[in-house]
Design a protein around this ligand. Structure first.
Ligand SMILES: C[S@@+](CC[C@H](N)C(=O)[O-])C[C@H]1O[C@@H](n2cnc3c(N)ncnc32)[C@H](O)[C@@H]1O
Length: 252
């Protein structure tokens, strides 16, 4: 069985992230959806498949062939265009049901996009998904949002799908990760448990610690510049390498 969801070569997301987005879209069936960061339109196609109307923003005019008529592309800086479009939607009494924030990956940039959504009356009942929450710049921007200042914010889990520490691809770099922000205007405003999840350790910090500890690993397994702690890790890596070799020899 093949799943085009996972085969798409231009969708810039990991398979778990694709499945999570597809699951959310299937459950929500948005009347109105927003994407910040069109790129080559891979995620946009999935959003469009489940939504009645989609507005997608990118700095660069995307060349995405055969987009359905219910997709509107906005070319320019989302920090200018997104508040404008949200204001139009709010004055028309519309609600955005689903939003993906995957545009400007600077800390200030992602913070501005999320805040534009949260500040808008058009975002009253909405699932907001943010991409690359494992990346330290993106994560610091998202951590800077004052979620508690918006009583309509019901749930925030920035490690909804955890990020990755690159090994063979983007070695030593932190990327991927989906964050989930649930906006529910019916939520009783104050005095309830905090919306931001604290059940688990902060995934971005854990990844950064792992990156800092593992970052010195020489690709050939050499450990000349390692301290005692990383030497133990290096030994563990050698054991993993041996196991992988043994598995490969067995055809596993
Ligand atoms: C990681 S890609 C988006 C991938 C896409 N969502 C997908 O899953 O296939 C990020 C996109 O954001 C766009 N971008 C960066 N800064 C932006 C800004 N300030 N306003 C609008 N788009 C921006 C880039 O041009 C790029 O196409």
């Amino acid at each position: 069985m093949t799943l085009d969801l996972f085969d798409d070569p231009i969708w810039q997301m990991a398979s778990g992230e694709r499945a999570a987005i597809e699951g959310l879209l299937s459950a929500i069936q948005p009347k109105l959806a927003i994407e910040v960061g069109t790129a080559e339109g891979a995620c946009l196609r999935r959003i469009a498949r489940h939504s009645a109307e989609v507005h997608s923003f990118d700095l660069i005019e995307p060349s995405v062939p055969d987009l359905p008529d219910h997709v509107v592309l906005h070319t320019g800086d989302s920090h200018t265009l997104l508040p404008q479009v949200l204001a139009e939607l709010a004055s028309a009494g519309r609600n955005v049901d689903f939003a993906l924030v995957d545009g400007d990956h600077s800390a200030d940039g992602v913070r501005q996009d999320v805040e534009a959504l949260l500040q808008s009356p058009a975002v009253s009942d909405c699932v907001i998904v943010t991409h690359d929450t494992g990346n330290e710049h993106v994560r610091s921007g998202l951590d800077a949002v004052a979620y508690g200042a918006y009583p309509k914010v019901a749930h925030v889990d920035l490690d909804f799908v955890p990020g990755h520490l690159g090994r063979d691809r983007f070695p030593g770099e932190l990327w991927y990760g989906l964050g989930l922000i649930v906006v529910a205007s019916e939520r009783p405003a104050y005095g309830t448990t905090p919306a931001v999840q604290t059940d688990r350790h902060h995934g971005g910090e854990l990844l950064a610690i792992a990156r800092d500890v593992l970052g010195g690993r020489a690709p050939d397994g050499g450990d000349g510049r390692f301290d005692a702690r990383t030497r133990r890790l290096s030994d563990a890596y050698k054991r993993i390498d041996e196991l992988e070799r043994a598995l490969a020899e067995r055809g596993g």
